[in-house]
Ligand binder design. Structure first.
Ligand code: FE2
Ligand code: FE2
Length: 292
C-alpha cells in the first residue's frame, strides 16, 4: 500500500525531459495536463460521499478531501496559465475512469484506492520527473505538484483503508472487485495508443510502454496487498468470470442509491451513547459537551 508518495520507488524516466518551448512537447503536455484538470474537477465530487460516510472520521475526511480537490483544480489552472496553455476536453477513457459513482463500495476501490493511485503515478512519475528544472516556470510548478502528490497519497491511503474495511464486512466483494481491477487495467493501453505514432522518436514518450507496464504491475501489487488479486494471477476463464461479476456490480451501482448512516450513528460516533461527557473538536474550536 502507498503510505507516502516519496517512499514509492516509481518509474525511472532516465533523465528524459520535455522542452517547454517546443510546440510538439507543449501539445503533449497540454494533453496530459488537460486530463489532470478534468480528474481534479470530478475529484471534487468526493464531497458527495459525505452522505454515505459511516463514521465521523469518514465525514471529516471527505470534507477535507473535497477542499483539497478544489484547491488542486485551482492549482492546475495556475499551471495552465504559467505555461500559457489552453485546456483540451478530456479523453473518453479519463471520462470513463473518472465517472461519478453513487455506490460507495465501488467508489472507494475504483476512485480512491486505484483511480487516485494512478493519478499519483502520473503526477509523481511523469510530471515531476519530465518537466525541465532549467525552465524558470518549473520550480514553482513542481512545488505545487509536490503538495498535490502528498495529498493524493493520503486519498489513496484512505481508499485502501475503506476498501479493506468493506472487504472485511462483505467478503463477497472480493471477486467483483478483482474483475473490476482487470477491466480497469484493460482500458489503460487505450490512453497510451493516443501517442502510438510518436513514441519511437520522443525521449519521454519512448518510455510510455514501460511506464504503462510499471503502473499495471503496481496496481496488481496494490490489489494483492488488499486481498483482491490472488497471489497467482488466475487463467483467462477465471478472469472472465470475475470480470462478469465486476460488470454485474457495476450494473448494480448504476441503480444503487447511497444510504446515509450518520443520522443513525451520530450518538455512538460522538461517544454520547453511555452518557459520559466528551469533548468534540471542530477544526479550530473545542466545544464541551455534557450529557445529563
Ligand atoms: Fe486531486
Ligand atoms: Fe485526490
Amino acid at each position: 500500500m502507498r503510505d507516502n508518495a516519496d517512499n514509492d520507488a516509481g518509474y525511472d524516466f532516465g533523465g528524459a525531459r520535455f522542452d517547454l518551448n517546443a510546440p510538439r512537447d507543449r501539445e503533449i503536455l497540454r494533453f496530459i495536463l488537460s486530463q489532470a484538470l478534468y480528474g481534479e474537477a470530478t475529484g471534487v465530487f468526493c464531497g458527495k460521499s459525505l452522505y454515505s460516510a459511516k463514521s465521523l472520521e469518514a465525514a471529516k475526511f471527505y470534507l477535507k478531501q473535497a477542499r483539497q480537490e478544489l484547491a488542486h483544480l485551482q492549482l492546475f489552472a495556475d499551471i495552465f496559465r504559467a505555461l500559457d496553455l489552453q485546456p483540451l476536453p478530456a479523453h473518453w477513457v479519463i471520462k470513463l475512469l473518472a465517472s461519478h459513482n453513487n455506490y460507495y463500495p465501488l467508489k472507494v476501490l475504483m476512485e480512491h484506492a486505484i483511480g487516485e493511485g494512478m493519478v499519483l503515478d502520473i503526477f509523481k512519475d511523469i510530471l515531476l520527473q519530465t518537466l525541465p528544472d532549467e525552465d524558470p516556470r518549473v520550480p514553482l510548478i513542481k512545488k505545487k505538484l509536490r503538495v498535490v502528490c502528498r495529498e493524493e497519497s493520503e486519498h489513496v491511503a484512505w481508499g485502501e483503508k475503506e476498501t479493506a474495511r468493506l472487504l472485511a464486512e462483505k467478503a463477497w466483494l472480493k471477486t467483483p472487485y478483482y474483475g473490476l481491477v482487470e477491466l480497469q487495467m484493460a482500458v489503460l493501453p487505450v490512453l497510451v495508443k493516443t501517442f502510438r505514432s510518436q513514441t519511437g522518436d520522443h525521449p519521454v514518450l519512448a518510455h510510455l510502454p514501460g511506464f504503462l507496464e510499471h503502473v499495471r504491475s503496481r496496481v496488481y501489487r496494490q490489489a494483492k496487498e488488499l486481498g483482491i488479486v490472488p497471489a497467482e494471477r488466475p487463467g483467462p476463464l477465471k478472469r472472465t468470470v470475475a470480470i462478469g461479476f465486476g460488470l454485474a456490480l457495476f450494473a448494480r451501482s448504476q441503480f444503487a442509491r447511497s444510504r446515509s448512516t450518520l443520522e443513525k450513528t451520530y450518538i455512538d460516533e460522538l461517544g454520547l451513547a453511555n452518557g459520559e461527557p466528551v469533548r468534540v473538536t471542530a477544526e479550530s474550536t473545542t466545544i464541551d459537551v455534557s450529557v445529563n
